[in-house]
Design a protein around this ligand. Structure first.
Ligand code: FEO
Ligand code: CA
Ligand code: CA
Length: 621
């Protein structure tokens, strides 16, 4: 199988090359001078790993909240689980969601028309909802491996391009549990595909602004579709939040020399797309013809899973950036708080606090349209503040803040982060955990907005290939408080290869090591589940890490155990639990992205959602 033309990271790297300035050397010098400090912080100063004071062999022997025995790293082309657990597929890329749609054809891999009626590709964040005896799943389909989809690196026909487009978006479908596992209810009226062509409403402060107006939509309030849907969130009122991440890679211009404005460059939009060719079938994606179209993507979209007629809403109050997930909670004062990461090297961590308060019996429909967006500023002294992105603080109007959110964060001096991926809110304590997946540019070059990225407290290692997990504890046990303390729950690394900070924190050892934490969710018992999207070469700095994996962390003791290993060349991402807590649904994305897997059926590698259960039918999560 042919390799993908270029990854999103490599693509963004290519269009944003390292600046040739002496500034670069100065940043590196500053990073190097902190090496001594880093050593103390990570390994001598236990306080930096809060909650891990009882860590180590003694704690491991004394506590077992996990309910499973850790498994070894693996390079097997399958899902590996501890003894006493099993897995079964629920839905795979290309499986029809409707009774009258054809089964997946491994030969042709479908057409645009069949893909539009089938489960999309490369599933990521997901939720399961339950009401009136019905289980409904909403699953993000982030992107597609065109080489697998087309069986060639380039589209042969317009239908190929359209098929790729239809593999994106969100799949919503009813599921039921039978004697042999979970299956799709193909004739359910709740089933629907949401694609890059589904009509949506733009709501919140940016709705109707000139920057959102296009020839097709002079109102700036109606747009078509969602794509590159990465992580997710659920609201307390039972809706699904899908997060638009690398929206930029789908835009191009017929004239490759076309210069896009600086506002779009900050988001990685350029005249050259990532290889999907959408502008070939839809001029919306030609940025020279439609310069405002990219301003209509990069949002959090709210979807009602129980009303297939309801128009999805792009909530511009939550800002525009490469959204990872949307971790929702209710603050002590009833306001809705949403933690949001912007997954790009050196970009920021955000928090939205609603103006209105949640009502268990009232209408919460517009709570995400009015509120304040904040950006995180960390001190090296383990404290931090949420800086409000207001017109006074940024010098920008409210709609501009909602559209050019990265620029607003830069204007107030937000802390550059090592690629904020998922945020998970602990249901048992007032705290949030943030996966900072990796950042090879830490201490090396500025972010796309020119903000310098020297090593700093929560991002303590230059050229950080391993990633870390950050804990944030809001002051006064209030998620809406404007200040917090922070600590590092784990520094991923390789203690078999390194003896310095790159060995990782004390709770990372030869038995549980991993790199690039990404997906994170708490279960109802307060265990933190960690999924990885990292380097699976199993060589050099990553020797012994095996395939991408899923681990569980005890946030009280700091202990981390490996629970699941995915098939070859996959990312493990997206998870949720059945309401009865007897099934854990886990997403396997892009197995065999470089041609080295036949998971799960021995043929074409296919992404999918898998049900993990205990063989004795007991509780899991
Ligand atoms: Fe889609 Fe940041 O992962
Ligand atoms: Ca991710
Ligand atoms: Ca990722």
């Amino acid at each position: 199988m042919t390799r993908q033309p270029l990854s999103f990271d490599a693509y963004d790297e290519a269009i944003s090359p390292r600046p040739e300035t002496t500034e670069f050397d100065r940043v590196v010098d500053s990073a190097l001078s902190r090496r001594g400090f880093l050593g103390v912080m990570t390994f001598g100063l236990g306080a930096f790993l809060s909650g891990t004071s009882a860590l180590g062999r003694a704690a491991q022997a004394a506590t077992d909240r996990f309910g499973f025995t850790q498994i070894a790293a693996s390079t097997a082309d399958t899902i590996t689980l501890p003894e006493g657990f099993e897995w079964k597929p629920v839905v795979l890329w290309g499986d029809p969601l409707f009774a009258d749609a054809p089964a997946f054809d491994p030969e042709t891999r479908g057409t645009a028309a069949t893909q539009a009626r089938a489960f999309g590709d490369n599933n990521d964040g997901m939720s399961i909802f339950y009401r009136d005896g019905r289980h409904v799943m909403a699953v993000n389909n982030e992107y597609t491996n065109v080489a697998t989809l087309w069986r060639a690196p380039e589209a042969a026909t317009d239908d190929d391009v359209e098929k790729g487009m239809m593999a994106h978006g969100v799949s919503v479908f009813e599921v039921r549990e039978t004697g042999t596992g979970w299956e799709i209810v193909k004739d359910s009226p709740l089933n629907r595909r949401i694609t890059p062509r589904t009509e949506m409403e733009l709501t919140g402060p940016a709705a109707g602004h000139d920057l959102l107006k296009t020839e097709a939509d002079p109102t700036g309030t109606r747009t078509l579709g969602t794509w590159n849907n990465c992580g997710n969130g659920e609201t307390p009122w039972g809706t699904y939040l899908t997060c638009e991440e690398n929206f930029n890679g789908y835009f191009s211009a017929a004239d490759e020399a076309h210069e896009v404005p600086a506002e779009l460059k900050r988001y990685g939009v350029s005249a050259k797309d990532w290889g999907y060719g959408w502008a070939r079938v839809d001029p919306r994606f030609d940025v020279a013809q439609n310069p405002n179209e990219p301003n209509r993507a990069g949002y959090v979209v709210e979807i009602d899973p129980f009303d297939p007629e309801a128009m999805p809403k792009k909530r511009t109050a939550l800002g525009r950036f490469k959204h990872e997930n949307a971790a929702c909670t209710i603050a002590a004062n009833g306001r809705v708080v949403v933690y949001l990461g912007d997954d790009e090297r050196g970009e920021f961590l955000y928090r939205f606090v609603s103006d209105g308060v949640f009502s268990a019996t009232g209408d919460n429909g517009d709570l995400l349209d009015a509120g304040t967006l904040y950006v995180a500023k960390f001190s090296d002294e383990m404290t931090g503040e949420w800086v409000p992105l207001t017109p006074e603080a940024t010098g920008m109007t409210a709609p501009e803040i909602a559209i050019h959110t990265r620029q607003a964060g830069s204007a107030v001096g937000a802390t550059t982060m090592d690629r904020p991926e998922w945020v998970a809110v602990n249901p048992a304590r007032v705290e949030a955990f943030v996966a900072l997946t990796n950042n090879k540019n830490r201490g090396v070059k500025p972010n796309a907005g020119g903000d310098e990225t020297p090593v700093n407290g929560p991002n303590p290692r230059e050229k950080n290939d391993y990633g870390q997990i950050l804990r944030i504890v809001p002051d006064a046990e209030d998620h809406s408080a404007d200040s917090f303390t922070w600590s590092l729950f784990a520094l991923a690394g390789n203690p078999e290869v390194h003896q310095d900070a790159y060995a990782g924190s004390d709770n990372v050892n030869a038995g549980n090591m991993f790199n690039s934490p990404d997906g994170m969710s708490f279960d109802s018992t307060g265990l933190l589940w960690i999924q990885t999207d990292g380097n699976y070469s199993n060589e050099g700095d990553f020797a012994g890490h095996g395939n991408n994996q899923m681990l569980a962390g005890d946030t009280a003791t700091g202990e981390i155990r490996r629970f699941l290993v995915g098939p070859r060349e996959c990312e493990v991402t997206g998870m949720c639990f059945s309401p009865d807590k007897r099934t854990m649904f886990v997403g396997i994305q892009h197995p065999g992205e470089d041609g080295g897997s036949t998971f799960p059926n021995g043929g074409v590698p296919r992404s999918g959602v898998f049900a993990v259960t205990r063989t004795d039918g007991g509780l899991i999560g």
